[in-house]
Design a protein. Structure first.
Length: 181
C-alpha cells in the first residue's frame, strides 16, 4: 500500500502541475489519445480521478461529466480516500469485483499515461521515477490483454529493447513514445 500510495501521490502532484499550466489557447491541441484534444483529455482525467475516488471509498461507477477545470482538487480528494488503510481492503463491486489494490494501480496507470499525454500535447516534459515506471510496466504487462479487450489500452507499440521503463510502459499500453503533435 505505502509504495503504491507514494507513487500515486507523485503522479497526482506531477499531473496536477501540468494541468495547472495549461493555457486556454492550448485546450484545442491534439493529444496522443486521438479521440481527445487537450480539453477533452483533461475532462476525461477529471472523470477518471473522481471515479477512483468513488470506487476507493466503496461508491459506485460514475458517469462522465463536463469539463470543470478542477483536476487538482479532485486529485487531492482521491488521494485523501486512498490514504485511509481500509480503502485498500476488499474488492469493488462497481468495478466488477476487482481488488482495490488493482484499482489503485489502475489509477496510477491512468495518472501517468494521461499526464504523459498532456505533456506531449503541450510540449512539456514528463518524467517519472524509475521505480514507478518499472512498476507500471510490470502491472501493464499483466493487464494488457484485458485492457485491450475493454478498449482501455491500444495495440502495443514496439519500442527498442534498451528504451526507458517509461517508454516501454507507454508502448505496452499502446502509446508511441515518439509521438509529436
Amino acid at each position: 500500500m505505502n509504495e503504491t500510495l507514494a507513487m500515486l501521490r507523485g503522479a497526482a502532484d506531477r499531473t496536477s502541475a501540468l494541468v495547472k499550466g495549461v493555457s486556454d489557447d492550448e485546450l484545442g491541441l491534439p493529444t496522443p489519445c486521438s479521440e481527445y484534444d487537450v480539453k477533452g483529455l483533461i475532462n476525461h482525467m477529471e472523470w477518471a480521478i473522481s471515479l477512483f475516488e468513488s470506487v476507493g471509498s466503496g461508491g459506485g461507477f460514475l458517469p462522465p461529466k463536463d469539463y470543470t477545470g478542477d483536476f487538482p482538487e479532485r486529485a487531492e480528494r482521491m488521494l485523501a480516500v486512498w490514504e485511509r488503510p481500509e480503502t485498500w481492503e476488499g474488492v469493488s463491486e462497481a468495478m466488477g469485483g476487482l481488488p482495490k489494490t488493482v484499482l489503485a494501480r489502475m489509477a496510477l496507470t491512468d495518472l501517468v499515461a494521461h499526464g504523459w499525454d498532456l505533456a506531449r500535447a503541450t510540449g512539456r516534459h514528463y518524467e517519472v521515477e524509475e521505480e514507478t515506471a518499472a512498476a507500471l510496466r510490470a502491472f501493464s504487462a499483466q493487464m494488457a490483454p484485458t485492457g485491450r479487450a475493454r478498449g482501455a489500452f491500444g495495440d502495443e507499440v514496439a519500442v527498442p529493447d534498451d528504451a526507458s521503463s517509461l517508454d516501454r510502459f507507454l508502448g505496452l499500453i499502446g502509446r508511441d513514445p515518439a509521438w509529436k503533435p
